[in-house]
Design a protein around this ligand. Structure first.
Ligand code: SF4
Length: 62
């Protein structure tokens, strides 16, 4: 986790639970066709709340 990093969702692992969408402080994530997607990457500051909250470790910061 650090400056300039963005949330990257592994679509094959994501279950679409929506927890990351709820915990994102910047509303950068949305569910698209049942999979989390960083639809507003310009809002992502790489703080990683989503990655910490994801129950299946589908989000990494890159
Ligand atoms: S918390 Fe994880 S499994 Fe749930 S929607 Fe987000 S990426 Fe997918």
């Amino acid at each position: 986790m650090g400056a300039g990093q963005k949330a990257v969702v592994d679509a094959a692992t994501c279950t679409g639970c929506g927890i990351c969408v709820d915990v994102c402080p910047h509303q950068a994530l949305e569910l698209v066709d049942g999979i989390a997607k960083l639809t507003k990457p310009e809002l992502c500051d790489g703080s990683g709340e989503c990655a910490d909250a994801c129950p299946v470790q589908a989000i990494t910061l890159k």
